[in-house]
Write a protein that binds this ligand. Structure first.
Ligand code: UN1
Length: 519
């Protein structure tokens, strides 16, 4: 699936991309080859930045910030709204690019672009509403109020699995807040990053702000480490593994910078006997196998009440067997490939460990070679050489399985049974991560119990909806090892600004707070 299928994005003259990098450039680490994970075709070579380029980009972004912060927020909002319109105009091509680069099916690729459009609209609205409260002063003729100011150039590190939306959650909000944005995308999905950044930059440039958004592409050693250590970046927003988040937190923390972390999830769904089981089944299947299990919000653990477990699990297995695996751009395909060989190896290893720990493999769990549209040969069909696996369901004995405590970024669903809702909630909460959670029930009591202070301990809690597929309007993020950050909607904008508490007196004499008399 060549890049020419997304010609409308103008990537042909993107200076960072070459069709075929030379062997010397590859060996010297100047270029990196991006592969289509379904066909293994090389999509393009992407030029990597070195330390000097990073330094210049940060400097340019800092200088741009000094001008951008002076632009009134509602005017900034109009520019962001236009950027959203540009994403909308290119939605189909961008969605296709996300599909061919990350392996997610077309409708999910387009859905991700829709998230970027939505957050741009949200940000535009926000640009006329952000502000702080007025606080009663204990002194006469004194007014106390809070105001919010732009923070600076923001470093945004994203993962491969949402190469458009997660940047947009950060970038659109940061930009209306008056910040500039420096984006380090995953090396597994840098072409989508080039396309998104180009579209945003074209609009920003038309309005005289060519360095509002910048891109730095490189390895963690060359670029990532330098980026997080750089004091010119007051906030680093990072999405990825818990291991990566710990590193970011320690380096940025050591320089007393701010972090916004959105790390791993190990999300569970609870199916109560009172649930609408048809609805629960569909929701669990999408949340467990959508994006081939490569969302941080993927359902990885399922707790089914023992009274309905056998029947529900049987239906789940039957549903899995109807899932079409293939090239994600082909119609009818629901599950595409994993992102790379390493992901397949982690999938294999987790399945073997689960079995060694006593779980029974009910379906899937193997590598596979589906038929589909092949690389660059005009729609010819054949066996696809990419990183394909069959989504797995494992029935687990007892209440715990060590491997189920780990996040394996692949479509593996560990199924447990439970007797008491209290026990299911405790097990939902028993893992290190705390991103998303769901309960399926028609009982108000069960639902309220799940949502109460001693219920789910996750940042996201759903009732009669699966663990994935959040809308942009709410704050997105999770607790514990998920990192505690919140991005996207609600009041997440506060992370991208600095708060100033202002006290103003128009009294003729000095009055000190706390009743202090002095002289
Ligand atoms: C991610 O997997 O990093 O809630 C983000 C969801 C999507 C975002 C997932 N809106 O599944």
């Amino acid at each position: 699936m060549p890049l020419s299928t997304v010609a409308s994005l103008g990537l042909d003259d993107e200076p960072r991309l070459v069709l075929k990098p030379s062997a010397q450039d590859l060996a010297a680490g100047r270029f990196f080859q991006v592969q289509n994970p379904a066909t293994l075709e090389t999509l393009a070579g992407v030029r990597l930045d070195d330390a000097g380029a990073l330094d210049r980009t940060i400097e340019r972004s800092r200088a741009a910030f000094l001008a951008w912060r002076e632009v009134p927020a509602p005017v900034r909002g109009q520019i962001i709204r236009e950027i959203g319109e540009s994403f909308r105009a290119h939605k189909v091509a961008l969605g296709r690019l996300v599909s061919i680069e990350t392996g997610k099916v077309l409708s999910e690729g387009e859905g991700e672009v829709q998230e970027a459009i939505d957050i741009a609209e949200f940000a535009a609205g926000l640009s006329r509403t952000i502000g702080g409260p007025t606080i009663p002063s204990e002194r006469a003729k004194v007014r106390i109020f809070e105001q919010w100011h732009p923070l600076g150039p923001i470093g945004v590190i994203t993962a491969f699995n949402f190469p458009a939306a997660v940047w947009a959650w950060n970038a659109m909000i940061a930009a209306v807040c008056g910040d500039t944005v420096l984006w380090k995308p995953s090396l597994a999905a840098p072409i989508t990053a080039c396309a998104m950044n180009r579209l945003a930059t074209a609009v920003a440039t038309r309005h005289g702000h060519p360095a509002l958004f910048s891109l730095v592409i490189g390895t963690d050693d060359q670029i990532g480490e330098r980026l997080i250590a750089d004091r010119r970046l007051p906030l680093i927003s990072a999405t990825g593994s818990c291991r990566m988040g710990r590193r970011v937190a320690s380096v940025v923390g050591a320089r007393l910078g701010r972090t916004l972390l959105e790390l791993g999830g190990n999300n569970a769904a609870i199916v109560e006997p009172s649930a609408d089981l048809d609805l629960a089944l569909k929701s669990v299947v999408f949340a467990a196998v959508g994006t081939a299990g490569q969302r941080c919000t993927t359902t990885r653990r399922l707790f089914v009440h023992e009274s309905i477990a056998d029947d529900f699990v049987q239906r789940l297995v039957a549903a899995y067997r109807t899932i079409t695996i293939g090239n994600p751009v082909d119609s009818g395909v629901l599950v595409g490939p994993l992102i790379n060989r390493r992901a397949v190896e982690s999938f294999d290893a987790a399945i073997s460990q689960a079995r060694a720990q006593g779980a029974t493999l009910l379906t899937g769990g193997k590598r596979c070679v589906p038929l589909g549209t092949l690389a660059g040969v005009g729609g010819a069909q054949g066996p696809l050489p990419g990183h394909f696996v069959e989504p797995a369901i494992l029935r687990c004995p007892g209440s715990d399985l060590p491997i189920a405590r780990e996040e394996t970024f692949a479509p593996i669903l560990y199924v447990f049974t439970y007797r008491d809702l209290e026990d299911a909630i405790a097990r939902n909460n028993s893992v290190d991560q705390g991103l998303s959670s769901a309960i399926f029930t028609d009982s108000v009591r069960a639902s309220e119990r799940f949502l109460s202070a001693s219920g789910s301990d996750c940042g996201l809690a759903y009732v009669n909806l699966g663990t994935s597929g959040a809308e942009i309007g709410g704050a997105f993020g999770g607790e514990k090892d998920t990192g505690g950050g919140r991005e996207s909607g609600s009041d997440s904008w506060k992370a991208y600004m600095r708060r100033q508490t202002c006290s103003v007196s128009h009294a003729a004499t000095l009055a000190l707070a706390q009743g202090i008399r002095f002289g």
